[in-house]
Design a protein around this ligand. Structure first.
Ligand code: ZN
Length: 135
């Protein structure tokens, strides 16, 4: 990602993930590409299991990447990543696919099977997985 993109993203009012009130149907997956979880994603998942005490099957999560994009539009909101309960999907904007904090944030949703952000899991033993502008 170039520095211009970084500046734009830092300045924009973005949130990282699924907002409980945003209907999942609004997310446009027509450009999304299904990907197998990389070894890195599996390592991060295993780290989250170890620090949270939760357990889950990373292979049960359907990972999608939206190519050539730094945000995911859901209705009028922009996101870097998004977890969808229906189908247990993690959708990542391509600019963020290697961002540990972002991917772990979405993986934590999948481990919890919840769109909520309990502090014990998002800012506890697994470190700070929170994002600004999240309610
Ligand atoms: Zn979240």
């Amino acid at each position: 990602m170039n520095s211009l993109t970084r500046v734009f993203l830092a300045a924009a009012l973005l949130v990282a993930c699924h907002h409980p009130l945003a209907p999942w149907e609004e997310i446009d997956l027509s450009k999304a590409v299904r990907v197998e979880p990389s070894l890195q994603y599996i390592v991060w998942w295993n780290e989250l299991e170890a620090c949270s005490g939760l357990s889950g099957n990373v292979n049960a999560v359907a990972f999608y990447v939206i190519p050539n994009d730094s945000t995911i539009q859901v209705g009028s909101e922009s996101y870097w990543g998004y977890w969808i309960k229906d189908g247990n999907k993690i959708v990542l904007a391509s600019a963020w696919t290697n961002n540990e904090k972002l991917v772990k944030h979405e993986e934590m949703h999948a481990l919890l099977q919840s769109a909520l952000h309990p502090p014990a899991y998002f800012n506890g033993t697994c470190g700070d997985l929170t994002y600004p502008n999240e309610g």
